[in-house]
Ligand binder design. Structure first.
Ligand code: PMP
Length: 433
């Protein structure tokens, strides 16, 4: 155990921007020396059970020997090379796997470096496809409220414009068409009125709309809304009927998190364009992909520009591709469905939070558990509740009134129990005030 303070927190506080933070009122940050399996080790000696999988990504936990070995092998041959005019085995093998495991019609892959960028690429694909068909009126996107697709400009333009983290930038963003967020919940009855409302929007706007973009089944940062698969099925049907492309953003939901390999499978649909990231490399390296069909790729390629105008420097990074191959094999070579179902059973312990006055709802889906606080809870002091969680030996990072778990799939029953108990006690004793 390393008790000597070597991470310069003063420098960090003074000079380093953390996600969604102020430079003058920085949030407390915890110095981490290493992470192993589902444990995060602090420099101060504490170890924390991880409930976040580093924001959906570290599905196999940390420091996994198989993933490490894949990276070491790749580093020893080539850690990076430009992708312009060059190809390599790790990209080719990864794309073979992606074509094999994603919905059948998706056969063309663009490899980028973050989730947000894969959304930018998806939007460009959609706009460029219609231009290639000689249709220049389709320049808008349609998307439900409560969505979240990333922090870059096109991605921000399709995030929820009202409650969004990005409303400050609204004046700079193109205006798109927002439809009501899905209301019928996963596991309950689907209200057909939602389908009728969606159809009205398609009828009114389809001539202007290039694509409908949606997070399948789980609206993530927009409220952890687990919605009914029929909403998605209905969107798919309307997109086909009204000549609108469907972009599904599986950056958070992909690779088993919801109990299906990809969440679109809950609705038995295929998108025209699919975005993946986060767990693609088992949370080890930054990599994303945008997949599309033969039809869209051919349209773009035979259109006026003839090329897809995107090419990030680190596109197809060999190291990230190699570890993504290893991560996908590791996932598929185990009974991951059983793992997710076991975690889901253990997450049911969150239901005891229902007895607490400040709790509005508890919901789980696959390896995701959410406790939503109500207005009585007041505004949540994230730093305070975070400090309590660290004291309890768990790493859980609430978002607004949502306290949620998306643990690594390797988490054992005791770890999940400790995470669920910490959430219950934090709410019971109101550690967020
Ligand atoms: N889409 C969804 C659904 C996400 O959850 C995220 C990340 N929270 C993104 C896009 C953006 O991905 P990244 O942070 O890798 O840019």
């Amino acid at each position: 155990m390393n008790k000597k303070q070597t991470i310069d927190l003063d420098f960090d506080r003074e000079h380093i921007w953390h996600p969604y933070t102020s430079m003058t009122q920085p949030i407390p940050v915890y110095p981490v020396t290493h992470a192993n399996h589902n444990l995060i080790h602090l420099e101060t000696g504490e170890q924390l059970i991880d409930g976040m999988a580093s924001w959906w990504s570290a599905i196999h936990g940390y420091n996994h020997p198989i993933l490490n070995a894949a990276m070491v092998e790749q580093i020893n041959s080539m850690s990076h090379i430009m992708f312009g005019g060059i190809t390599h085995n790790s990209a080719v093998e990864l794309c073979k796997k992606l074509v094999a495991i994603t919905p059948e019609s998706l056969t063309k892959v663009f490899l980028a470096d973050s989730g947000s960028v894969s959304v930018e690429v998806a939007i460009k694909m959609a706009l460029q496809y219609w231009l290639s068909q000689g249709i220049s009126t389709k320049q808008k996107l349609m998307t439900p409220y409560k969505g979240y697709h990333g922090d870059t400009f096109a991605a921000m333009s399709v995030c929820d414009p009202v409650n969004s983290m990005h409303s400050l930038y609204n004046g700079f963003l193109p205006e798109h068409i927002f439809v009501p967020a899905p209301v019928s919940q996963f596991g309950s009855e689907f209200n057909q009125a939602e389908a009728q409302t969606l159809e009205q929007y398609f009828k009114a706007h389809h001539n202007q709309v290039a694509a409908f973009i949606i997070e399948p089944i789980v609206q993530n940062a927009g409220g952890m809304n687990f919605y009914h698969p029929d909403y998605l099925a209905c969107v798919r049907k309307l997109c086909s009927e009204y000549n609108v492309l469907l972009i599904c953003d599986e950056i958070a939901t992909g690779f088993g998190r919801t109990g299906k390999l990809f969440a679109v499978e809950h609705a038995d649909i295929e998108p025209d364009i699919l975005c993946i990231g986060k767990a693609l490399t088992g949370g080890t390296m930054t990599l994303s992909a945008t997949l599309t069909s033969e039809k869209i790729a051919t349209g773009i390629s035979e259109g006026e520009a003839g090329v897809l105008m995107h090419g990030p420097t680190f596109m197809g990074n060999p190291l990230a591709c190699a570890v993504a191959c290893a991560s996908i094999d590791l996932l598929l070579n185990q009974n991951w469905q059983q793992r997710i179902s076991d975690i889901n059973s253990q997450l049911q312990q969150l239901n005891k939070c229902r007895e607490l006055d400040d709790v509005a709802d508890v919901r789980t889906l696959g390896a995701i558990g959410v406790v939503e606080l109500n207005d009585a809870a007041g505004s949540v002091d994230v730093a305070k509740i975070q400090a309590y969680f660290v004291e309890q030996g768990v790493w859980i990072r609430p978002f607004g009134k949502l306290i949620y778990l998306m643990p690594p799939y390797i988490s054992d029953a005791n770890s999940i129990k400790t995470l669920c108990d910490a959430i219950y006690n934090a709410i019971k004793d109101k550690h967020y005030r």
